[in-house]
Design a protein around this ligand. Sequence first.
Ligand SMILES: [Zn+2]
Ligand SMILES: [Zn+2]
Length: 359
Amino acid sequence: MGRQMKVQTFYEPGVMRLEVHDIPKIADNEVLVKVKAVGICGSDISYYYGHSPLGTPNGKGPLCLGHEISGVVVEVGKIPAAMQLFKEDDRVTVNPVQQCNACDACMRGEFNCCPHAETIGVNVNGGFAEYVKVRYTHVYKIPESISFEQGAIAEPLACATYGIKRLNIQLGQTVVIFGPGTIGLMMTQLAKVSGAGKVILIGRRDYPLSVGVELGADIVINTKDEKSPNYTADLVQKIKDITDGALAPRSIVATSNMTALQDALRVTGSASTVVYFGLPGNEDVLKIPVLEAIYLDRTIKFSWLAPLVWDNVFKVLANKRVDLDKIITHKFSLEDTENGIKFMKESRDDKIKGVVVLD
Ligand SMILES: [Zn+2]
Ligand SMILES: [Zn+2]
């Protein structure tokens, strides 16, 4: 029997157990990472509650979840060792989408569309454990200046970066962001870094909107809470007032709320670009007035995962252009992962991002 580790295993909706397993044996092309921090993603919450199937062949567990991972290298496979790419104690973050590099999509760099990807915490074992094995091509070194908590949420930052890249912001443009969650608050900062003029952040609760203001949002709008000083009943009119009637040239939707998905079309005008990032349900349908879209010369895009942006992510972090610490509001131990997932879903406390932190 090999050395052992603690693992949180997800079995079926509502059932996760802390177990003791053998530490995984690595292949020649892998690295063993001792986990230090793991973000609790909205998708982990969806899997836990059975709102979306896992990426496993039958869509079910058992599987260790968690794909937003940072840690230290404890064992290096033969191939990366021969190239002296990693050594023990290297601080690293993990790109969980391990594409095949051999299919047509991969040949074009469209790694987010690889049908053979082994995605850590989605169809192969993830980071809610003391150790995780990762292909050496998907382990990136991080400097001391980036904390393990920040390193863990480099993955959602990569996804947010890809969305903002697709938004194609021109200098000075007004950008409307729907959804002040982890991703929307990252996008608020990335839009500013990308040269946006005004950033307008739209949500339904004041607490995350107030964090948005701290992180650079110029205007925040609450579309739900009538008691909020930021409340607006007529969102379109409000955006017209801000933009001298022109509506916004850019909008990105970082929520799965269908009203927000439709509103993004209503607050944007001619030659505008709208990017959809949030994950709605299987049955949700977006209604697009086609003739108007043609006359307005609209561009409508979608954003999925984070191909070819990780270098930008580390440069943005190294240059302190994005503050991730204000986004992490709650920390949990590995033992408390299941409670952490439930808390992030059910608690009515002020919260944005939860991270599981290991010693
Ligand atoms: Zn995620
Ligand atoms: Zn592929």
